[in-house]
Structures are given as structure tokens and as C-alpha cells.
Design a protein around this ligand. Structure first.
Ligand code: GTP
Length: 496
């Protein structure tokens, strides 16, 4: 057989020797990739120039181990307020649902410790990048020196700076204090266990893989061509070329001319994937020697940063930690409101600024507030940004520099949220966010949907970055520690 005929789909398509996963375009999901109109509204007018090809992210995953705080899988009764509702635009008729839920109980105070601290622009002006040189002890705060935040100036709220007192909106009070969401008023369907949601979420990948491999084995004898087709299947599932080769080699061992059972295929798949993932499945250790331990959340739009902050705050608060939240997404009003709701739900103080304020300035204030209040942990939200928007990535670098003005070792933890429905594009997110913000660990969200997830295997094989948590729902308890065995089993379609 001619060489060209032997090669599998990608070999034939790209003609290469060692196969690489197909270069993905940025994910075409609507929520991740803004339309032109959305870009005009939500993202700064910028060059949009592609970021240069990323080098391997050298994020240092090590966090000081002085009195490490290991976050357990603490589950508490779910609170029904739904911060995701805050994502609804103000004029969205659906967004009035929460307001409708105001009850007498809404007049009850927020949970203890819950408080919103909002800064006024002219009291705490923006931080200028020029002032971040080491010799300057504190950022200068000249308005004239303040560069654009990188967002469209026309989108700034003209009323910014007028807000003095911030009280929870009636809408917020209603859903928080009443403790009743619209879901809770209906008979709730029994909630599937987290492992079931994970398996269901990854079932598309697992059936495609399992079925594909079985059909390849059933139809023909195992030979070079079959092995190449197997590799193609695994690469299409985003597992990466190296892992694909390892798996096919394992599957092929001693099986020439033999049939292979479905269970055997799934078992070998799960074992090999687990081997790759086991070294990166690491709990999030927070060094309580830092006051506060600063955790920065970064990622592409809509990947679940704010939601993950809320879930983390809940876990930490249950452990008795004093937590502060910084609404560093100063661009999107709904993001600030969403974080405020999470603050109320979890009894955490929220530091925010009016929309349009400089994110670095807000973060500078939050660092000071958290230090003054002797907080254990400061969780900083940031605006979502596509990793190929150079000007937005520069803004993120500025945020990191401002944090270091307070504590050169901070941020102590930088978490990148990856949406599990994303394919190859997640690899470049890891590389570019890793280089820009020094990502120390990953959280893969939305594994309860129609997830893909295979890319995490390729990311683990290439970067070895710790994966701390998986998001398996929008609720406060829907954040689970990442475990290699469970994840590998779910991708391989194992049922136990
Ligand atoms: N099903 C599911 N939905 C999730 C999960 N995590 C977050 N979401 C939802 O995804 C949407 C986006 O989440 P956010 O937390 O607002 O994402 P973000 O990264 O802060 O968004 P931007 O600020 O726009 O960049 C919300 O509707 C969340 O409720 C998850 O694990 N599972």
C-alpha cells in the first residue's frame, strides 16, 4: 500500500509525519467569541492583533507550604440565590424575576460579614502604569496620567464617581434574604450526583472515542493503518498527539488479529489518560502565612471566573476564613452585581468601583482593604478577555504589577478558568494567560454540559500545570476537586 494511503485522516489532510491536533480557530461559541457588535460594546476597540505564538507557559505552580490550607470537598446546603441571574442585562425582562421574589424575609439583614465597599473615583483615582516603577512606593494618582483602561471610553458610565453608599439592591436582597429562587418554588428535579454530571457532560467525547475505536478494531485486523486511524480518533478528541500514540501502542500490544472488547478499550483508555492526569491533580493549597493570600482569577469571557470565585468563597468561609472579593471586572455592570450577590451569599466583603473605573486602581484599593481588614484570602475577579487581544492582556499585566506593589510575592495563586466546551483554543489560553499573568493552576468549568474535556489531557501532558477544581454546575456547591481517576474514567466512558 502506498504511503499516502496508509496515513489516517489528518495524516492525509496535512501530510505531516508526526500528527498534531488540527489548529483550531477560536471557539465559535457565541458566549466566548463576541460578535462585532458585542466587541464594540464589551471589548475595547483595539488592533485585535494576534498574539505571537506562545512559548510553553512556565507558570510556577508552587505555592509556599507554610501552614498550607487544603480546601476539602466541604458540602453545605445549597443556598438558592442565583448570581448567574445577575448576568441578565438590566432591560432583560427575565431579570425582573428576581425582583418578583422579594418577600418579607427580604427585609432581613445580609449574612454576617457581608458588606460592600465601593470606592469613588475621585477619592481613589486610577493607578497609572508609569507609577508602578519600584522606586515609587505608592502609585501616583493623576487623572491626566491615567491611561485608558483599554475599554471603549464611550462605554463608561458618566455617573461613575458619584456612588458613595452601596446597599444591596431590592432585587439582590430579595433573592438572597428570601432564600428562595424561582427554581426553589417549583418542585425540584432530583439533582444528579457530581460524578454523574461529569460522566454525562463528557459522554459525547467518551461515546465518540469508544465507538470509534471499537469499530476500527472490529472491521479490520490491527495493522499500521488501523493504528493510525486510532490515533486520529484520539487527536480529534483533543487528547494530543503524544497521548494518542501512547494509548494506541498500549491498545495494540498483543492484539494483532484479535478482537477487543468494549470494556477493554475503555479500560486501557482510562488507564492511560489517568497516567497523564495524575501528576496535575493537585488540591489548592493556600499559604495562610500571607495576609491576605491573594488569588487572581483570569480567563476568556464567560469561562466562569466570577462563578468560581463565588464557589471558592463559600468553601473558604465554611472553613472560617475571612474572605474579601474584589470586583476587578469594572467593565461589565452585571459582573459587579453578580459578585455582590456572591458576596452576600457567602458573607464576604466585596470591594467594587463604579463601572468604567480603572481595574488596576480597584485592585490596588482592594489589596489595601484586605490587608487593613486582616483578611485571610483576597479573591480578585478580572474582566474576561480573549487571549489574542494584546491591549487587554497588557491591562491584565498592569493588574498583576499593581498587586505586586503591595506584596511582591502576590498574586500567590493565579487561576485560569477553562470552559470545558472549548477545544484546542484552550491550549493557547493556557500559554498566553500563563505568560501574561503567571497562571499557577487551572479550573475547568461547565463539565456538566456537553463538554469535551479531552484538551485537558493535552494541556496536562504539555504544561503540567496543576488542575485544582472542576465546575459541574452553576450552584454554590458545584465545584469539585479535580481527580484524575474520575475525569479519565468519564472521558473513557467508564460507568464505575
Ligand atoms: N453549567 C455550568 N455553568 C457554569 C459553570 N460555571 C459558570 N457557569 C455559568 O457560565 C456563565 C458565565 O459564568 P461567569 O462566572 O459569569 O463567567 P466569567 O468568566 O466571570 O464571565 P465574564 O466576566 O463575562 O468574563 C454563567 O451563566 C455561569 O452561571 C459550570 O461549572 N457549569
Amino acid at each position: 500500500m502506498a504511503e499516502s494511503e496508509k496515513r489516517g485522516f489528518f495524516g492525509r489532510l496535512f501530510g505531516g509525519g508526526k500528527k498534531e491536533a488540527p489548529e483550531s480557530e477560536p471557539e465559535a461559541r457565541e458566549e466566548d467569541v463576541p460578535s462585532e457588535e458585542e466587541v464594540a460594546q464589551d471589548l475595547p476597540a483595539g488592533s485585535g492583533q494576534a498574539a505571537e505564538s506562545a512559548e510553553t507557559a512556565q507558570a510556577d505552580a508552587s505555592v509556599g507550604s507554610n501552614q498550607p490550607l487544603v480546601m476539602p470537598v466541604a458540602l453545605a446546603p445549597a443556598i438558592s440565590a442565583d448570581p448567574a441571574a445577575a448576568k441578565a442585562p438590566v432591560d432583560d425582562p427575565d431579570s425582573t424575576d428576581a425582583a418578583d421574589e422579594v418577600t418579607e424575609a427580604a427585609l432581613q439583614p445580609s449574612p454576617p460579614g457581608s458588606e460592600v465597599v465601593e470606592f469613588v473615583d475621585d477619592e481613589t483615582p486610577d493607578v497609572d502604569a508609569e507609577t508602578l516603577e519600584p522606586e515609587s512606593p505608592d502609585p501616583e494618582t493623576s487623572e491626566a496620567d491615567t491611561p485608558s483602561s483599554g475599554h471603549d471610553e464611550t462605554q463608561r458610565d458618566e455617573s461613575a464617581g458619584e456612588v458613595v453608599e452601596t446597599e444591596p439592591s431590592p432585587q439582590t436582597l430579595g433573592i438572597v434574604a428570601s432564600g428562595l429562587s424561582s427554581d426553589a418554588l417549583e418542585t425540584p428535579a432530583p439533582k444528579r450526583s457530581w460524578i454523574q454530571r461529569l460522566r454525562d457532560g463528557l459522554s459525547r467525547s467518551s461515546s465518540a472515542l469508544g465507538d470509534g475505536i471499537i469499530s476500527v478494531f472490529r472491521k479490520r485486523k490491527l495493522d499500521a493503518e488501523t493504528i493510525e486511524e486510532l490515533e486520529d480518533l484520539l487527536i480529534q478528541a483533543d487528547l494530543g498527539a503524544d497521548t494518542a500514540m501512547t494509548i494506541t501502542e498500549r491498545l495494540a500490544e498483543g492484539r494483532y488479529d484479535k478482537e477487543i472488547s468494549e470494556e477493554e478499550v475503555r479500560r486501557v483508555l482510562a488507564e492511560e489518560i489517568e497516567k497523564v492526569l495524575a501528576p496535575v491533580a493537585r488540591p489548592l493549597d493556600l499559604d495562610t502565612g500571607h495576609k491576605p493570600h491573594v488569588v487572581l482569577l483570569v480567563g476568556v469571557n464567560g469561562t466562569g471566573k466570577t462563578t468560581t470565585i463565588g464557589k471558592l468563597a463559600a468553601k473558604l468561609n465554611r472553613e472560617g476564613k475571612k474572605v474579601m472579593l474584589a470586583a476587578g471586572d469594572t467593565f461589565r455592570a452585571a459582573a459587579v452585581e453578580q459578585l455582590r450577590i456572591w458576596g452576600e451569599r457567602t458573607g464576604s466583603t466585596v470591594v467594587s468601583r463604579p463601572i468604567g473605573a480603572d481595574a488596576a486602581g480597584l485592585v490596588f484599593d482592594a489589596m489595601k482593604q484586605a490587608k487593613d481588614a486582616a483578611c485571610d484570602v483576597l479573591l480578585i475577579d478580572t474582566a474576561g478577555r480573549l487571549q489574542n487581544r494584546a491591549e487587554l492582556m497588557a491591562e491584565l499585566e498592569k493588574v498583576v504589577r499593581v498587586i505586586k506593589k503591595h506584596d511582591p510575592e502576590a498574586p500567590h495563586t493565579v487561576l485560569l478558568t477553562l470552559d470545558a466546551t472549548t477545544g484546542q483554543n484552550a491550549m493557547s489560553q493556557v500559554e498566553i494567560f500563563g505568560r501574561t499573568a503567571g497562571v499557577t493552576g487551572l479550573v475547568m468549568t461547565k463539565l456538566d454540559g456537553t463538554a469535551r474535556g479531552g484538551i485537558l489531557v493535552a494541556i496536562a501532558a504539555r504544561h503540567g500545570l496543576p488542575v485544582h477544581f472542576i465546575g459541574i454546575g452553576e450552584g454554590i456547591d458545584d465545584l469539585e476537586p479535580f481527580t484524575a481517576k474520575d475525569f479519565a474514567g468519564a472521558i473513557a466512558g467508564m460507568t464505575n
